[in-house]
Design a protein around this ligand. Structure first.
Ligand SMILES: [Zn+2]
Length: 233
């Protein structure tokens, strides 16, 4: 997307972690809607299934870096959509839509933050020889290291039992500074995490600013495919 006023490039990406369930029966592997509580394959009907949540923001690292070097890359706008409440009795789903900005504007971003953001995409670009695409998981370790700034939050209630009923959309309040939970990092580093100034005992979180300045991207093996990344919603 191009900002016609400034001529700058804005990359908009969406990740929806409301996905199909996957049957765990090895002879079946059926994927089916989350609205159903058992595998609908007539030969299976298993209750044992996996809830899938691994949708990612697919960002082209190569073109992002190219636009940045040409001085025309403004920011990433990321939208994470997830279900917060699935009420099968009322037949409603409550979705949350959270919007985040990751700016690459030199005038509004400090040098350290900007370098960290560039480091992530340079690593991704260097590590992946097969594609230019990098797969950023919402609310993951890497996501918070990029120090995203939340810009909006909406709640959408959909009545899936009767689609003639209008969706209810409301704006939600959100924290200006995101909080990063302790369980995103390895246990070995928990003491470091707890000693950080913004650590809050009750929520076991620190501010995204402190997280981004105190932790680093994990070293990945050359040409390694997707690593194991923990998701916390
Ligand atoms: Zn099945």
């Amino acid at each position: 997307m191009k900002n016609f006023k400034t001529g700058m490039v804005i990359e908009v990406k969406t990740s929806c972690t409301f996905q199909s369930n996957k049957c765990k029966n090895k002879n079946c592997n059926f994927k089916f809607s989350k609205l159903i509580s058992f595998c609908p394959n007539p030969n299976c009907m298993s209750n044992d299934f996996k809830v899938m949540k691994d949708s990612r923001f697919g960002i082209n690292a190569k073109s992002l870096l190219k636009d940045y070097k040409n001085g025309v890359f403004e920011k990433l706008c990321l939208f994470h959509i997830f279900d917060e409440d699935l009420n099968k009795k009322k037949r409603t789903i409550k979705f949350i839509v959270n919007g985040f900005d990751i700016s690459f504007n030199k005038h509004e971003t400090d040098k350290i933050t900007l370098n960290k953001r560039l480091e992530y995409f340079e690593n991704q670009n260097f590590l992946s020889s097969k594609s230019d695409n990098c797969n950023l998981l919402p609310n993951s370790y890497d996501f918070y290291l990029l120090k995203p700034k939340q810009v909006c939050s909406f709640e959408v209630i959909i009545n899936y039992g009767n689609l003639h009923i209008k969706n209810i959309i409301s704006e939600l309040k959100f924290n200006n500074s995101l909080r990063v939970p302790i369980n995103l990092i390895e246990k070995l580093s928990w003491n470091d995490f707890i000693s950080i100034k913004s650590y809050d005992k009750n929520s076991e979180t620190i501010s995204v600013e402190d997280f981004s300045s105190n932790f680093n991207f994990k070293k990945k093996k050359f040409n390694k495919e997707r690593g194991e990344i923990k998701l916390v919603v």
